[in-house]
Design a protein around this ligand. Sequence first.
Ligand SMILES: NC(=O)c1ccc[n+]([C@@H]2O[C@H](COP(=O)([O-])OP(=O)(O)OC[C@H]3O[C@@H](n4cnc5c(N)ncnc54)[C@H](OP(=O)(O)O)[C@@H]3O)[C@@H](O)[C@H]2O)c1
Length: 265
Amino acid sequence: MNTITLYNGVTVPQLGLGTWQMKPADAKEAVLTALRLGYRHIDTAAVYQNEEAVGEAIRESGIPRREIFLTTKLPAEQKGYDIAKRCLTESLARLGVDYVDLYLIHAPWPWGNPEKDCSEGNAACWRAMQEDYKAGKARAIGVSNFKPKDFLPLAAAPIRPMVDQFSLFPGRPQQETVDFCKAQDIRIEAYSPLATGAVFRCAELKEMAADYRVSVAQLSIRYCLQKGAIVIPKSIHPQRLRENMDTDFEIRAADMEKLDHVKVL
Ligand SMILES: NC(=O)c1ccc[n+]([C@@H]2O[C@H](COP(=O)([O-])OP(=O)(O)OC[C@H]3O[C@@H](n4cnc5c(N)ncnc54)[C@H](OP(=O)(O)O)[C@@H]3O)[C@@H](O)[C@H]2O)c1
């Protein structure tokens, strides 16, 4: 399994399992299956309401905790120092772990209100998260859904984010954010690499996948991997979990460029 190294030296398995929209029972089963297949990286969030199930699966797998990279997220609506501290404590309790490997601000704004200016709230969350990082409650800290302008309130902080997790898939290359992160030594993490299922309806992707003799899922995941992103596709089906790991092929540069411009959504 390829790894990506964060600027603080922590290594992240480049492919992980996403768990959004997994009910607890499905999340437990999917995480157990994924770990059995060789996944060592699981992405959850307080708002997914499956942290307990993810924690149970990790324990039941018998795999040592230190061998699994576990991410969870501070709910997007929770903006403030005290609440950020409380949220991580509660997530750790639900997961049944002493630390997470990555803790992210889920979004710079509350869901449904992307125009709201939460600069002060995000700076306060970040103060709490830096302390939790130094205390060993998170091995790395970062953000999600942040565009370059959203980083401004964190710019004076002693510790800058290590990761930005945002949507990245064929047709959504997010070049401005990718370039910003690269310049700041922030690793990029691709969520919804299959556009939450929309990639399967795109004729151009079906055609290119057939040329490479791979599936549309494999082509889309490979696109994100070749962008240098950490990638976290979600599936509850064992055969798809296996398929999504099997991306040992190379997309030609000209096709990568085509994939930047396909119409998926
Ligand atoms: N930070 C954020 O704000 C944020 C937002 C969105 C997502 N995320 C994270 O990113 C993860 C992935 O994104 P996502 O959940 O939006 O979806 P995704 O991974 O882009 O796509 C998942 C969809 O594709 C299907 N699928 C998966 N592998 C397949 C395959 N090989 N063949 C056919 N269908 C396949 C899944 O169905 P089955 O499950 O039925 O197989 C599901 O319907 C999330 O689970 C979450 O952890 C983060």
